[in-house]
Structures are given as C-alpha cells and as structure tokens.
Write a protein that binds this ligand. Structure first.
Ligand SMILES: Nc1ncnc2c1ncn2[C@@H]1O[C@H](COP(=O)(O)OP(=O)(O)O)[C@@H](O)[C@H]1O
Ligand SMILES: [Mg+2]
Length: 270
C-alpha cells in the first residue's frame, strides 16, 4: 500500500507547494515511485513541475467530478519515478459540484482506492476549508504541516487542527502527524521562540521536522518548472529537502531505496 501524505496549512505562502514538489522529487530520486496530486486550483505544483495543461488535459477536476472517470486517465508521468495528477483553474468549480454528491467528503478515497502502484502519494492541498480539504483529510494517512516563522502561519495550522478534531467526531479518523515543517527559515533569526514554543506545545519536540532554510533558488526553480535538484542540485534548499526526505522515510518506517539516475528533464503523457 502506498504511504499517503497530505501537505496542509490553511495559510497560503508557507511552502506547501514547494514542499510537495521537492519532497516528492527527493523521494523519487531515492528510487521510490511517487504520485503527487495537485488539489489547488492555482495549479502551482503543476506549473512548478513544468507540466502544461490545456482545456483538453484531464485533471483532478475530472477525477473528482465524475464517479465513472478513471483516475488513471489523469495521471501524467513528469519525471523518472514521478507521476502527477495536475490541476488548473477548473478545480475551483469542484466545491459546488462535490456539494451535491453523495459521499462528497470521500470522493478522493473512492476514486484512488486502487492506486497501489506508488510507494508514496503526496497531496498538495489548497489553503482553504471546504470539501477538497476534507477529501484530503479522509484520503491521506499522514500529515505534514509547513509553517513559516511568523505567528500568522501558526494560526492557519490551528484551523487545520480544529478541522481534524471535528473529523474525528464524524468519521473514524486518526491521522498520523509526521510533523510540523518550519519553512522559509532565515538562519539569522531561526524560528521565533514564540512559534517554536507554540509548535512544541502542540506537537511535542519530537514532531518538529528539520527546517527548510530560505533560499531564493526555490522561487527561481519553480518559475522555470524545475525541481530544486534539477535547478540547483548543490544548493542548501536541495540539501534541506534531501534531509527532509530522509527524515520522512525514517518517520514512516521506510528505509532509503536505491538511488536512481534521474536526469529529470523528460516529460511524457502516459
Ligand atoms: N525555503 C524557501 N526559501 C525561499 N522562498 C521559498 C521557500 N519556500 C517557498 N518559497 C517561496 O515562497 C512562495 C510561497 O511558497 P509556496 O510553496 O507556493 O506556498 P503555499 O503552497 O503554501 O502557498 C513561493 O514563491 C515559493 O517559491
Ligand atoms: Mg500552494
């Protein structure tokens, strides 16, 4: 069975997309077969991987809106060991469509129930309450919460934690929190002690993941549709995401897989 991980925080700009792309890329480079599902109508993961969507491209919108649509038709191979279910602005219309469907919170779980060929399925979540958020919660067993050093990004985390508590009441739902991931961390200031304290109080010290430091190369890599390992393999961001992948493998109880030769610039639609 795949290890399913959702990258969640109700705040935008905290590094959810950057983490989805580069954690997935690092896991894929280590020989794991990875599927990333872009659940955000901004489609930043899709664009950040350089994958082009037009009006004919099947996306997560088609997967979730139509019970008879085979999700495999929306899976694109974007790198070695690395597949993507893309998203674009059409995904914004999903909330309304899902609303009138039976089992509206479980659509993703129902549609991807046979998705067993991957070692990891990673969900890049939109920064919003709503049915897509609930679908992600009910699908993925594990959660990573990116947080930036500002207190306001912790507020977005509190929103998600409240949502998880409510889901525990309605569904038999017990997610595993892999950890809170400090991102865009300026080494000169590190995490503010206030946020560090809040995180430790909420999750315990052992749930803090190794930080991702500020590195402008991440922004530039996304603009060019490249992962950090393709754009700047010797950057500190590449080192940080590599370290994160190793920590995630440890925390979900998987050993490192064989490293594969990944030239990374091949894209093909299956
Ligand atoms: N460690 C980092 N250092 C510098 N910029 C970063 C870092 N992580 C993310 N960014 C940039 O911050 C912006 C927001 O990140 P993003 O991953 O899109 O956040 P979210 O998906 O939570 O909205 C993007 O422009 C991204 O390139
Ligand atoms: Mg995003």
């Amino acid at each position: 069975m795949p290890i399913t991980i959702q990258i969640q925080n109700f705040k935008g700009g905290v590094g959810k997309t950057t983490t989805s792309i580069n954690l997935a890329a690092s896991l894929a480079r280590k020989g794991n077969k990875v599927l990333v599902v872009d659940l955000d109508h901004q489609g930043n993961t899709t664009k950040g991987l350089g994958y082009e969507v037009n009006e004919k491209t099947p996306t997560i919108f088609h997967v979730l809106k139509d019970i008879d649509f085979d999700y495999l038709n929306a899976v694109a191979t974007v790198r070695v060991n690395f597949d993507l279910i893309p998203s674009d602005s059409r995904t914004a219309g999903l909330e309304d469509i899902l609303h009138s469907m039976p089992r509206r919170e479980e659509m993703l779980k129902i549609k991807l129930k046979d998705a067993k060929e991957w070692d990891f399925i990673i969900l890049d979540c939109p920064p919003a309450h709503g049915l897509i958020h609930l679908n992600a919660l009910l699908f993925a067993e594990h959660i990573i919460f990116p947080v930036t050093p500002e207190v306001w990004s912790y507020d977005g985390l509190e929103g998600v934690l409240g949502s998880i508590k409510r889901m525990q009441k309605y569904f038999n739902y017990r997610p595993n929190i892999i950890g809170a991931l400090p991102t865009i961390v300026d080494e000169r200031y590190s995490l503010t002690s206030e946020v560090k304290q809040l995180l430790e109080q909420t999750f315990g010290n052992e749930k803090l993941l190794p930080s991702i430091r500020t590195d402008a190369k991440l922004k530039n890599s996304q603009k060019q549709g490249k992962t950090i390992f393709e754009f700047a393999p010797r950057s500190r961001a590449a080192a940080d995401y590599e370290r994160l992948a190793e920590e995630v493998l440890k925390r979900v109880g998987l050993k490192k897989k064989r490293k594969v030769n990944n030239n990374g610039d091949k894209k093909k639609q299956r």
